[in-house]
Ligand binder design. Structure first.
Ligand SMILES: [Zn+2]
Length: 333
C-alpha cells in the first residue's frame, strides 16, 4: 500500500531561509467536524548541502528529542547551515501533549505505524507515519529520530542503528554513531515486517540513526547534553554544520533477543542491578514479590545472557510480559 498523503504541508521546504508552520493532519471529531491536527514542522535552508530530517516526539513521553530540537531550531540560522534541516520536534503531537507513548486519539504507537498506509480520517497517527515515509524521507539524505525510554523504561544514554552484515549503509551508520558520540552505541538487527521509523528510512535509502537517551518519563541536564552534543556532532559529520563537538568515546554493543528479560507473572519487582552494570548469564536480575499472596517466596529472576545493562523498567509494579531489563553485548566495530 502507498497512496497519496492525506497530510498537507503549508510550509515551503525548498526556499532559502528559516520557517516554522504546522502540518495539517485531517481529523474530524465531535468537537470539530472539518478540523485538523497541527503538527509543527520547521525548516532551515542555507547553502548547498544535504537535507537532514530531525525528529522528536515520535513517542509522547520521551522529552530529550522535543526539547533539544526546539532549542536548536531557535539557535541555528540559515547562514550556519550548508544544506537543509527539517525539524519535526513533536512528530506525534497528540501523544506529546498527553504525555503518553501512544496517541490518545487513535491509541496508535507512531513507531509501529510505518506500514505504507495513509490511514482513514480517524487514524491520524498512520497518516503522520505515511507522510514522513512517503513525502519527507524521499527528500532527505540523512535522518535522526530522537527517542528515550519513556515512562516505562530508563536507558543508559545511547544511540542506535538498525543494521546487519548485508546492510549497504552499515559503514556509514557506524561512522555516524561515532560522530554522535553517545556513551553507548548499539546495533539492532533488521527484522521482517518492521514498522518503525528506522525501517522506513532504510526502505528509502536514507542514512538514519535512532537514540535511547534516558527515560523514566523525565529529562535531565545530563541526558539533554548527550542529545545536543550528539545532534551537533551528527550534523557536523554530515557537513551541514561547521566544526561541531569532538566525538566522545562510544562503546559499541549489539542487542539480541536473549538480551531481554520479561516478567513471567504480575507482581512487585525488586531489581538487583541498574543500568551501566555488567552482568553474566545466570546472574540474579531481581525478585518478583506477589502482593496478592505475600506468603509466597519471592521469585528470583536471572539473566539468560551476559552483557551491559542498557535499560531497566523504573516502575516496580509489573504485569506478565512487561520488559524489566535489556542488555547489550560488545561487538568489534
Ligand atoms: Zn521511543
Amino acid at each position: 500500500m502507498s497512496g497519496a498523503t492525506r497530510v498537507s504541508c503549508p510550509v515551503d521546504l525548498d526556499a532559502p531561509g528559516k520557517r516554522l508552520g504546522h502540518l495539517r493532519v485531517p481529523f474530524s471529531s465531535n468537537r470539530s467536524a472539518y478540523g485538523w491536527i497541527g503538527v509543527p514542522i520547521g525548516v532551515i535552508r542555507g547553502g548547498e548541502g544535504p537535507t537532514v530530517y530531525l525528529g522528536g516526539g515520535n513517542h509522547g513521553d520521551e522529552y530529550e528529542g522535543p526539547i533539544t530540537l526546539l532549542r536548536l531550531f531557535h539557535e541555528l540560522e540559515p547562514d550556519r547551515v550548508r544544506g537543509r534541516l527539517v525539524f519535526l520536534p513533536m512528530t506525534n503531537l497528540p501523544a506529546v501533549l498527553a504525555g503518553q507513548r501512544c496517541s490518545p486519539i487513535d491509541g496508535a504507537n507512531l513507531n509501529r505505524m510505518f506500514v505504507g498506509d495513509p490511514g482513514l480520517d480517524h487514524e491520524p497517527t498512520k497518516a503522520i507515519a505515511h507522510f514522513v515515509e512517503e513525502f519527507l524521507l524521499p527528500r532527505c539524505d540523512a535522518a535522526i529520530d530522537l527517542h528515550s525510554g519513556g515512562r516505562t523504561l530508563d536507558y543508559l544514554p545511547s544511540a542506535l542503528a538498525r543494521t546487519g552484515p548485508e546492510d549497504p549503509l552499515r559503514a556509514p551508520k557506524l561512522a555516524a554513531l561515532r560522530a554522535f558520540g553517545a556513551p553507548v552505541s548499539y546495533l539492532v538487527p533488521p527484522i521482517g515486517n518492521d514498522t518503525g521509523f528506522l525501517a522506513a528510512a532504510d526502505r528509502k535509502g536514507v542514512l538514519a540513526l535512532g537514540t535511547e537517551l534516558g527515560g523514566a518519563g523525565t529529562v535531565t541536564p545530563a541526558t539533554l547534553a548527550v542529545a545536543r552534543r550528539g545532534v551537533l556532532g551528527f550534523l557536523a559529520h554530515l557537513g551541514v554544520l561547521e566544526g561541531g563537538p569532538e566525538p566522545g568515546p562510544t562503546r559499541l554493543v549489539e542487542v539480541r533477543a536473549e538480551h531481554y528479560l520479561y516478567a513471567p507473572r504480575a507482581g512487585l519487582f525488586e531489581p538487583a542491578v541498574v543500568q551501566g552494570e555488567e552482568v553474566v548469564a545466570g546472574q540474579t536480575a531481581g525478585w518478583l514479590h506477589d502482593p496478592d499472596e505475600p506468603e509466597r517466596a519471592p521469585l528470583e529472576l536471572r539473566f539468560a545472557a551476559g552483557g551491559l545493562v542498557l535499560c531497566r523498567r523504573p516502575i516496580p509494579l509489573v504485569e506478565r510480559g512487561d520488559c524489566l531489563f535489556h542488555l547489550g553485548a560488545d561487538v568489534a566495530g
